[in-house]
Design a protein around this ligand. Sequence first.
Ligand code: GLA
Length: 383
Amino acid sequence: MIEAFRKLYGSAEGVRVFRAPGRVNLIGEHTDYNLGFVLPVALELATTIATAPSGDGKLRIYSEERQELREFDITAIPTLAPTHDWTDYPIGVAQQLIAAGVSIAPANLLIRSTVPEGSGLSSSAALEVSSALAFLNGRAFDKLQLVTLCQRAERNFVGVPVGIMDQYISVFGRKHSAVEIDCRSLNHRLVQLPGGITFVAVNTMVKHALSGSAYRDRVRECAEAVELIAKVYPNVKSLRDVTPEQFETVAARLPEVVARRARHVVTENARVNRYTDASQRGDLALMGKLMVESHRSLQYDYEVSCAELDFLVDTALPMAGVLGSRMTGGGFGGCTVTLLRADAAPAFRDAISQAYKQKFDVTPAIYPCDPSDGASEITAGQL
Ligand code: GLA
């Protein structure tokens, strides 16, 4: 990476390298903006940024993936408007840092990423968090503040009303562990995963156009549910506050679609808690069952799945060694995550790949999901 940097900018003097991982969410989908629970793991797939001072008042950002170089006057950054392309992520983050009192120094950046875009593995958050670390360039900064700042960049500048999960896990991920995040208190705890199993992500290779607008619709429908449920239970401030039992008492008063959206969130939150318990007890059968319930709930109640995701789940479930499978991330394409016995993984990869190719004439990319550490600087020895 240093060589690529030198080639691009003519010198690699003072270069430092920062990495932020993508994630796969094991369970707890569309619960984060409802202030509930999620259980992601940080992946080895990551966005890496090399940065060195530019000394000429400019910020240059090069994306290897796009093979595009963009140049900005440092003094213009605070007033830049979104351009609706990949630069909105780093620029949005730069503006948030400036708003938080952090100066952005003139610098050259080189971005390299192994997180596939549009795959539901959170390439956006990996880019935001790695950008933030590159702009900080080693200066100390509170980790939780970093998380919320990157989320604000995506909400306010990129313009998607995302929850906190992706940025949080990119910062707080931990090797060998899943991380249960309480999206209200913003605390987390590490969750031990049973031995002898593994998680595999299978990419549908599609991202349906609906994803952005449907995400906003779901956020709105959840807010509507809260407003209506609060008329009966005034203490309810978000769907997080609604127990499955309470929900049943009000379900009939909600418009049909709103009721199904709320039921997904309420039951999904309960599933996260049961799943973490099951994981710690090594109850593989229950973990698998909860993942499938989660998928069905996303498929029928929340309606964010699609034919390709459903096919991958339905095809995976009867395969040898598979314990559970579900869509992961926002939906409408992207990946499924499958829980299976580690020794069954090679045969599973071959079989699911073949079946998907036969059905959709596309070879799905497949990624191992071994939990990695959260964002940090990469030292010369690790490069
Ligand atoms: C996207 C968002 C997250 C979360 C998931 C769905 O990845 O960025 O905040 O809402 O969708 O669980």
